[in-house]
Write a protein that binds this ligand. Structure first.
Ligand code: HEC
Ligand code: HEC
Length: 488
């Protein structure tokens, strides 16, 4: 298939004359045209994610419930009053709770949407920008009906000019400036400190083509993903060698700079464990310092003014001396990690959308001639772990990912390197739960699965041959693949 066609926008396909023929076809009944394959959209009916692993003990259920509540609690700075717990929001942040970004179709998921089933709500970043008196502007890439986003700058900017030095770090959208709790009376002197911080200049970064976005990934089934051994990932990399060669697919693992093991969480498979991700997200997304990331974080290259440091750090700690009233000895980040580890994977539908026959045929194509499964490995086996043995009772992890990095070409490149992952490499996105997700690809640039597959087909993309195979299918076969994807 020609490259220009592969990269064209989905709506541009129906050129004027074709559209007239389609309209005629509708007006006069069937004139032998096949219906064009379309993404059936978010699967309605039941919410098929968000519960705990089956077979949990009473103690695990209690910790799961506490973890869920902590994941869903919005943070302020310190309540603005003496003796209030150090909640720790900011001074820079992207949102104020884990679940604000991880909520569709249930807590632990991805960006909410104004239109999808179930109705979770608009992008929470719009409301959080001005919550409690904060004076933030809404950046151009945040919309009520669009995805939650975080922003990274590709290169360091000095005095307004782009340098050739890579940045790649997260530049938080918002500051606590103007919030009623962003003032503090210092005990001894009684002097009042007020935090005044400005937001990054996102419009300038846009004009310099220096900005990349990431949307949230779901955390369902996280404990099972953690339980897949490095050997399992490498054996799977070596499997089906001749088919991968024919499709020009390679792939490689990302690795932890500390102990060299294979990392697997995040769009670039940049993090090793859920505890590490929780610690990082608590500080980077919400500005809450913790035992893994203990210091208040400015945006890359920034030294935070002392007037913006309100609490003793780290703000979140284990309760070494829990006292008589404490409900749990755990730190928040331990509770987040445990909650994510005990979350069950999403459940696929066998009949929706399109019926069992269509879904089954779509799966055969996905696994076979179209070659999607050469990267989106349907099942990897977990090794023994607390979440496999006493939890789900099964070791089959149906995540539809090889957890490897693949070069997706310039069309998808974000210009950011993390660990071994280069600017155009991404982890094969796990597809479980896809049927009830709204926004796709690392930056959430589309909600249309046909467009997603089109974007796989850029020049230099390892997925190009597979995308060509898909677009070479008949319309009804394409529809079966799309129905299969939305059944997940
Ligand atoms: C402002 C929105 C936002 C908030 C708040 C947020 N996240 Fe995320 N989360 C993201 C984004 C964006 C990613 C993808 C990051 C990447 O790959 O660079 C992500 C990815 C993750 C992942 C990786 C899952 C996987 O398999 O790839 C985990 C785990 C996670 N977040 C946990 C948390 C926890 C725990 C909290 C609360 C402390 C939290 N997040 C708060 C936006 C958010
Ligand atoms: C070479 C490996 C490879 C092949 C082959 C491949 N994909 Fe992907 N897929 C990826 C990677 C990597 C991503 C993440 C890209 C990004 O976010 O920019 C992805 C993302 C996706 C997503 C978006 C998921 C999300 O979380 O947003 C869907 C849907 C998808 N692929 C479906 C398919 C289908 C259908 C096929 C077969 C036609 C296919 N893929 C073939 C590697 C592959």
């Amino acid at each position: 298939m020609a490259l220009s066609c592969m990269q064209s926008a989905p709506h541009a396909r129906v050129a004027g004359s074709v559209r007239r023929v389609l309209l005629l076809g509708l007006a006069f009944g069937s004139i032998g045209l096949h219906a064009q394959a379309v993404d059936p959209g978010v699967r309605a009916g039941s919410i098929d994610a968000g519960g705990p692993l089956p077979g949990m003990s009473a103690g695990q259920s209690k910790t799961f419930a506490l973890g869920l509540a902590t994941f869903a609690t919005a943070r302020s700075i310190n309540g603005g009053l003496p003796n209030q717990p150090q909640e720790g929001l900011g001074p820079r942040f992207n949102s104020n709770s884990c679940s604000s970004c991880h909520s569709q179709p249930a807590v632990g998921g991805t960006s909410p949407s104004t239109t999808a089933f179930p109705f979770v709500g608009p992008n929470p970043q719009v409301a959080v920008a001005n919550l409690s008196g904060a004076t933030n502007q809404i950046p151009y890439f945040i919309h009520a009906d669009g995805p939650v986003r975080e922003a990274r700058f590709r290169f360091v900017v000095r005095n307004g000019f782009l340098t050739s030095k890579p940045d790649g770090g997260v530049h938080d959208l918002f500051t606590v400036t103007g919030r009623v709790d962003a003032t503090n009376v210092q005990g001894a002197t009684g002097s009042v400190q007020t935090c005044g911080l400005s937001q990054p200049d996102f419009d300038h970064a846009r004009r310099q083509n220096n900005i990349s976005f990431r949307i949230p990934t779901p955390v369902f089934g996280g404990g099972l993903i953690e339980s897949i051994s490095d050997k399992t990932i490498l054996d799977n990399l070596a499997a089906n060698a001749s088919a991968k060669q024919a499709f020009r697919i390679s792939g490689r693992p990302n690795r932890n700079g500390n102990d060299g093991t294979i990392t697997r969480f995040g769009w670039k498979a940049q993090n090793a464990t859920l505890l590490l991700f929780a610690g990082e997200a608590y500080n980077v997304e919400m500005g809450v310092t913790n035992e893994l990331f203990a210091l208040e974080r400015g945006n890359p290259g920034e030294m935070l003014p002392v007037d913006c440091l309100f609490n003793a750090t780290p703000e979140d700690t284990s309760h070494v001396d829990p006292g008589p009233d404490a409900t749990s000895p755990y730190s928040d980040i331990q509770l987040f990690a445990t909650f994510m580890e005990l979350l069950a994977p999403p459940a696929a539908s066998t009949t929706l959308p399109g019926g069992a026959a269509s879904i089954q045929h779509g799966e055969v194509l996905f696994r076979g001639t179209v070659g999607c499964a050469l990267c989106h490995t349907p099942t990897l086996m977990a090794s023994p772990s607390p979440y496999v043995n006493q939890g789900s009772g099964t070791a089959a992890v149906n995540l539809f990912s090889d957890l490897l990095l693949h070069d997706m070409g310039d069309t998808l490149a974000d210009g950011v390197s993390q660990g071994l992952a280069g600017p155009s490499e991404f982890r094969t996105a796990p597809l479980w739960g896809l049927g009830q997700r709204v926004f796709f690809l690392h930056d959430g640039r589309t909600s249309d699965l046909v467009h997603v597959i089109r974007l796989h087909g850029g020049s230099e993309s390892e997925a190009r041959v597979s995308a060509e195979q898909f677009f070479g299918l008949s319309d009804s076969d394409k529809q079966d693949v799309l129905n299969f994807l939305r059944s997940l």
